[in-house]
Ligand binder design. Structure first.
Ligand code: BGC
Length: 399
């Protein structure tokens, strides 16, 4: 029974290798633990010009914006709202569309505008740009949407409930929008999109020949954006506390990696580690930050365990990047420089304990793991771009 949050490098390498194998399996067939969902868009990073209406449905917020892409991408208008209401029981598809329409109607809408929809849930991409929801995650469970095309039904609703008619729509995962936005920094051999916020996940490009399950698909070839859905990874070396969090969730057995890493769950992991204390049921990642940043106001063991959970999250992310670098290497050993475009409030957070930041913890661990694997010649650059999801969604529909 493992009750230690600390992970040795050899355990982290087990995790990296396990993920790498499961990514290979996911590229071979559908319905596996790591879904590896291809997106049928070749992003055009140079020559894209134009304006799109962009929607961004995350785990916490819904945002809508007008984004223009040209020499420099520009966010022309932006409206947003906290959408945690969608996690309440009985919240319907119509409630969601009404909430979305209310925000979208705040924009200066144009007739026939194309829509880039950054949709942060697992969905199967269709060749017409739309995507079908596979399952909800992050505590959302709205009836009647699984298996439906996400874009088509929303556009039909908006065409009735906004003053304009919209044009075509591209629905893409938030890791794919980050991946696309990352292309604005040219010159890397390979690219990864990473989210560590309310949830977690990664995406990358694989050559179509490296994706055996695409073999039957006519008319598609070349670099293929793949949404891994790595949050559903069930890694070795989790703790009993992770099992408690999983047992008490609304999707037991799924998203095990996400439940050990992402902002939505870190407070729950902490509570599971202190079962005899009467901790607030709403204790969340922000409370853990407070414990690390104001240790004088908390029991010493609280600040200590909060940091262990935070550090473990960063190391698990480093292990997962390492696993994916191994896949990129086997797809093309010549790949040397890799950019990870990272998004998410947890990823870009800082803490007073050890005067460090999440990204520094990830970088330090990643370096050690790659060098232990003899992959020290790979350079992984973790970068940030403001509004990556909005820009990437516009790139998706304008490509
Ligand atoms: C979803 C992914 C998403 C990630 C980050 C996960 O819960 O399954 O599709 O990319 O959260 O938002």
């Amino acid at each position: 029974m493992n009750n230690q949050f600390e992970l040795t490098n050899s355990q982290l390498l087990d995790i990296a290798n396990n993920l790498r194998l499961k990514i290979e399996t996911g590229l071979q067939e559908d319905g596996t633990e790591i879904k590896c969902l291809p997106t049928y868009i070749h992003p055009n990073k140079d020559g894209i010009k134009g304006e799109a209406t962009v929607f961004d449905l995350g785990g916490t917020n819904f945002r809508a914006a007008i984004v223009s892409v040209g020499e420099e991408p520009k966010i022309v208008g932006l409206a947003e709202k906290d959408i945690t209401e969608m996690k309440t029981e009985g919240f319907t598809k119509e409630d969601l569309y009404n909430s979305q329409a209310e925000i979208i109607n705040k924009l200066d809408l144009k007739e026939n505008s194309p829509i880039g929809y950054c949709f942060s849930y697992p969905a199967t991409s269709l060749t017409d740009g739309d995507a079908e929801l596979i399952t909800w995650t992050k505590g959302v469970n709205i009836d009647g949407m699984v298996g439906e095309p996400v874009g088509k039904t929303l556009v039909e609703f908006l065409n009735e409930n906004t003053p304009v008619k919209f044009g075509n729509i591209a629905v893409v995962n938030d890791t794919i929008t980050s991946l696309f936005a990352g292309l604005l920094n040219p010159g890397y051999d390979s690219y990864i999109g990473l989210i560590v916020g309310t949830g977690t996940n990664m995406a990358t490009f694989f050559p179509s020949e490296y994706i055996p399950k695409l073999a039957g698909l006519k008319g598609w070839s070349g670099e293929t954006p793949v949404n891994l859905e790595s949050g559903n990874f069930n890694p070795p070396h989790l703790t009993v506390f992770d099992t408690i969090v999983d047992d008490n969730s609304n999707n037991t057995g799924f998203q095990r990696f996400e439940k050990a890493i992402s902002g939505m769950y870190l407070g729950r992991v902490f509570r599971a580690a202190f079962p005899l204390e009467h901790l607030d049921v709403d204790l969340d990642a922000a409370d853990l930050s407070r414990m690390m940043n104001n240790p004088e106001s908390y029991k010493p063991e609280y600040s200590e365990v909060a940091f262990q959970i935070y550090e473990r999250s960063a190391k698990l992310v480093a292990a997962s990047i390492t696993g994916l670098v191994l896949n990129l290497h086997s797809a093309n050993p010549a790949v040397k420089t890799i950019q990870v475009l990272a998004e998410g409030s947890l990823f870009w957070s800082k803490v007073k304990t050890g005067n460090t930041s999440y990204v520094e913890l990830v970088n330090a661990c990643l370096k050690e793991l790659l060098s232990e694997l003899g992959m020290g010649d790979k350079t992984v650059q973790i970068s940030r771009i403001d509004n990556a999801n909005l820009i990437g969604a516009a790139m998706a529909v304008l490509s």
